[in-house]
Design a binder for this molecule. Structure first.
Ligand code: AMP
Ligand code: GLY
Length: 428
């Protein structure tokens, strides 16, 4: 099978690594890819927002499956156009990608289908939003409705901060993404990431994972795309997984089908595990980054087969299989991230650091320059380790991190702290 993967992050490197392991994968292309992906796939210069160009490429290269990594092309309707041209694609059509493309859309589905989520109001003008806010307790969460590259969520500790967030969004801080505002109750609990592969009718759960969104040790400082992740997530017991399937994922699959927009692709539920049980914070319509990296390390299934079956609406009674090991990934980012950072610093000793069998180093913002690998992005490397316990996975991953010679980078040294504490208390 010839496969085209789109994207350039650590998520896409992990997907490329896993797709390549399938005997069904003949030729793998990636647009645009990165220096790590280039070792596994042919990286091509293709403008993914130019849908006719993508369709032309697929036809010329006999592509049997397109796997879309990030959300933006899905929200822009790439899957619709590929399907119309007769190309098989793993990823939702535009109407189903609204689950990530509009927070208000998702909240309305939750209300209609009784899916547990924070109480909310949805507003298209500032005056109404401010009037609602005046009646609500703080802390409170203010969100731009549309895609805002992870920056459109403000957890406001005071009413003043919340009012400022509302005004900022309506004054165009996030462009079109801020045409509407969602204001919601602040949930309290432990966050977890839940993934299901969906074929329009059915959802097959993947293993559980947790990430660390804040840049600083102890989960402090500004939000990032994610500074590290681990799988499994101890907070997601079997009973909790069952509740998430029954109360959140399956009703959503039904809602999308009822609406005439069946969801095919990976449904990523950001959850808050509260005293009452799991509540939906938000949906994404793609794999998490860096959660994907730890999931791919543990997955035993043939990823090409799984994604093809979903794309064909043919998941049947399939269940997924996972290594009985723990995985942890440490993100190495350029100093300054998530603010401004320098590009072009050289990263040394990568090959050596990645040599142990239980380590994979997935690249994100890297490029090849002559013989060197250089940093060209904010999040640059995902150093991923396996182990029999979370503690062992952590030790393996950090040993590899310490072998990498990159003075221009930094990383958090406490990834997995919550799970590690639990492992200690539970006796491992
Ligand atoms: P999102 O981009 O929607 O995932 O939100 C980013 C982060 O904001 C989440 O990972 C949570 O930490 C936080 N957040 C979003 N919504 C809520 C909520 N209703 N209650 C508490 N925290 C929230
Ligand atoms: N790591 C969270 C995300 O991919 O949105």
């Amino acid at each position: 099978m010839n496969i085209l993967l789109t994207g350039s992050g650590g998520r896409e490197h992990a997907l490329a690594w896993k797709l390549q392991q399938s005997p069904k994968c003949e030729k793998l292309f990636c647009a645009p890819g990165n220096a790590g992906i280039a070792k596994l796939a042919e990286c091509i210069d293709l403008n993914v927002s130019d849908h006719p160009a993508v369709i032309g490429f697929c036809q010329k290269n006999n592509i049997d499956l397109v796997v879309v990594g990030p959300e933006a092309p899905l929200v822009a309707g790439l899957a619709d156009d590929l399907k119309a041209a007769g190309t098989r694609v793993f990823g939702p059509v535009k109407a189903a990608a609204m689950l990530e493309g509009s927070k208000g859309f998702t909240k309305d589905i939750c209300a209609k289908y009784n899916i547990p989520t924070a109480a909310y109001g949805r507003f298209s003008n500032e005056a109404d939003a401010l009037a609602y806010l005046a009646e609500q307790p703080v802390p409170i969460v203010v969100k731009a409705d549309g895609l805002a590259a992870g920056k459109g969520v403000i957890v406001a500790e005071t009413r003043k901060q919340a009012q400022k967030a509302v005004k900022d969004i309506f004054s165009g801080l996030f462009g079109d993404a801020g045409a509407e505002v969602v204001i919601e109750e602040c949930l309290v609990g432990e966050e977890a990431s839940f993934f299901a592969i969906c074929d329009g009718e059915r959802a097959v759960s993947l293993a559980t994972a947790q990430d660390h969104k804040r840049v600083g040790v102890g989960d402090t400082g500004p939000n990032t795309g994610g500074m590290g992740a681990y799988s499994p997530a101890p907070v997601m017991t079997d009973a909790m997984v069952k509740r998430v399937e029954d109360e959140i994922i399956n009703p959503t699959i039904k809602a999308m089908k009822d609406m005439g927009s069946p969801f095919c692709g990976v449904l990523f539920a950001g959850l808050m595990i509260t005293d009452k049980g799991p509540e939906l914070i938000e949906y994404n319509v793609r794999f998490g980054d860096p959660e994907c990296q730890v999931l791919m390390m543990r997955m035993e299934d043939d990823l090409v087969e799984l994604l093809s079956a979903a794309a064909d609406g043919n998941l049947g009674n399939r269940q997924t299989k996972w290594k009985k090991l723990h995985a942890m990934t440490i993100v190495m980012a350029a100093k300054g991230y998530p603010g401004s950072y320098d590009k072009g610093s050289v990263i040394g000793n990568l090959e050596n650091a990645g040599r142990p069998d239980n380590i994979e180093i997935f690249h994100a913002g890297t490029a090849q320059k002559g013989d060197d690998i250089i940093a060209i992005g904010g999040r640059v490397l995902n150093v991923t380790g396996l182990g029999c316990t979370i503690c062992e996975a952590r030790d393996n991953a950090y040993a590899a991190v310490e072998n990498i010679n990159w003075p221009g980078g930094f990383y958090r040294n406490d990834i997995g702290w919550r799970a590690l504490e639990r492992e200690k208390t539970d006796g491992g």
